[in-house]
Ligand binder design. Structure first.
Ligand code: GLC
Length: 465
């Protein structure tokens, strides 16, 4: 395969002028995208509140507006379901039904809690919120006792809700009976259109008639070449309808739902959240031990069930067939977040990240793409099928710091900052030229740029012994 990588010197320093420009532009994106009690990912394409976006966004708001960081997290958890699930989208009552599809009318979920929302979806997203809450607290605590006390009150409110979220995912979603949480829709992974789901999705019926009944909105506000195909979209809608018609219940999922998959990134984030809860529990006076145990159990289950010895990579597992996906995707690198991952698996992830398939900045000058560059269906434009995303690179960098890969982490940090500075706070980036694609003023790109500029070290609890 021919590559035209737009290389930049990955070791070149991020200058102070660059940093100041980037800081100001990032802060202004977050100002623009604030909507009375929550942040929208982008005004046009994503005009409601998204779950894991709120976690990434809080990480950046912690530096420029901690009050909003807490507000955004609280708004999201105010919409938590009685069963503990935190919905992947909470619908803004001020946004018209026609401005987003599938909107509140399609999901038909009542508004839970006392938040004035128009209901939510019935799906979830990766549970990064405990990690975010702990980081916002750490930042506040570094400003003295009074700030720590105030942030501690926020943690007190969030703690039982974070625990309920973990319990929902660990119990109700343990469809494979192997200690891992399953997702029931590609949208739950946050890596919506990733090739990771192709093999499992091939078994999901695609009723193209659904696209006559319902009108896609994403291809009206974004280029269709960047978005999922109609065939995939029909499958997405069919999966939601099946889950919705079963009252969004989780009993017996593996038998009555067509897509039940264990994602290595989703589960690694679940375990990382338990590690953050160890520390949050200590602040709020709860018992940290159960969280430590859960983190270890999830790590062991990922290591045992999602690692393919032959290719030395982590893959998504289809619970219905027990088969690991053949696609090598960026979600396979995310278990690096886990301090207790066996050493040979840590080294395997680093080797995969440095290989021509992902090409760490030392060889490409760019952060890693969402999919194997050498795959025949690597797609430079279609989302999650090739382009570069800042959020997964942020997770990968954190994993590098967890395991002491300081130089690689620094190269990756520099590559991310240079890319965002050069191209803007885009939703994602072309993996060969670095050009911005998707929504142009995207909240988590801006928020994570702030965090990377501030460059704080990874807390001791998250580091390998
Ligand atoms: C896209 C992304 C998803 C994100 C959402 C809102 O659907 O795939 O991860 O949460 O946009 O930004």
């Amino acid at each position: 395969m021919k590559m035209h990588l737009q290389t930049t010197d990955p070791t070149a320093a991020v200058t102070s002028t660059m940093s100041a420009d980037l800081w100001n532009s990032a802060a202004s994106v977050l100002d623009t995208n604030w909507s009375y009690d929550h942040m929208v990912p982008s005004r046009r394409l994503y005009p409601h509140q998204w779950s894991w976006d709120a976690a990434f966004i809080a990480l950046g708001l912690a530096y420029v507006n901690p009050t909003r960081a807490w507000r955004d997290l609280r708004s999201l958890f105010e919409a938590q379901w009685p069963d503990g699930r935190v919905p992947h989208i909470v619908f803004d009552p001020l946004t018209a039904e026609g401005d987003y599809f599938p909107g509140p009318g399609f999901w038909n979920v009542p508004a839970y809690g006392n938040r004035p929302a128009r209901g939510s979806t019935g799906l979830v997203q990766p549970a990064l919120h405990a990690v975010a809450a702990w980081e916002v607290y750490r930042r506040a605590a570094s400003h003295g006792a009074a700030c720590a006390h105030e942030a501690g009150q926020q943690l007190k409110w969030l703690y039982p809700r974070l625990v309920a979220q973990q319990e929902y995912l660990s119990r109700s979603r343990e469809a494979g009976g192997d200690g891992l949480a399953s997702i029931v829709h590609p949208w739950e992974s946050g890596l919506d259109n990733s090739p990771s789901w192709d093999s499992a999705m091939a078994g999901v019926p695609a009723d193209l008639g659904l696209l006559q009944r319902y009108q896609r909105r994403d291809i009206e506000v974004a280029d269709a070449a960047h978005r999922p195909t109609d065939l995939d979209y029909a499958r997405y809608l069919g999966l939601v309808l099946n889950y919705r018609d079963g009252g969004y219940g989780d009993a017996d999922l593996a038998h009555r739902h067509a897509f039940v998959v264990e994602c290595p990134a989703f589960n690694a984030i679940l375990a990382a959240a338990e590690l953050a809860l160890v520390h949050i529990a200590a602040v709020v006076g709860a018992d940290p031990m159960a969280h430590r145990r859960r983190a270890r159990q999830i790590t062991e289950a990922i290591s045992r069930h999602l690692y393919d010895e032959r290719s030395a990579t982590f893959r998504a597992r289809d619970v219905r067939t027990g088969i690991l996906s053949p696609a090598r995707c960026v979600n396979g690198l995310v278990p690096l977040l886990l301090p207790d991952l066996p050493r040979d698996q840590v080294e395997a992830i680093m080797a995969e990240a440095a290989s021509p398939r992902f090409g760490l900045p030392a060889t490409t000058g760019l952060p890693v793409p969402s999919y194997d560059r050498t795959a025949t269906d690597f797609d430079t434009l279609r989302y999650w099928r090739g382009p570069i995303w800042i959020n997964v690179n942020w997770l990968l960098r954190r994993g590098m710091l967890v395991h002491g890969y300081r130089n690689e982490a620094e190269d990756l940090r520099t590559a991310m900052l240079r890319l965002v500075h050069r191209s803007g706070h885009y939703e994602y980036f072309h993996p060969e030229t670095g050009a911005g694609i998707g929504a142009p003023t995207f909240s988590w790109t801006a928020a994570l740029a702030l965090d990377l500029l501030a460059d704080r070290s990874v807390p001791a609890y998250a580091r390998a012994a």
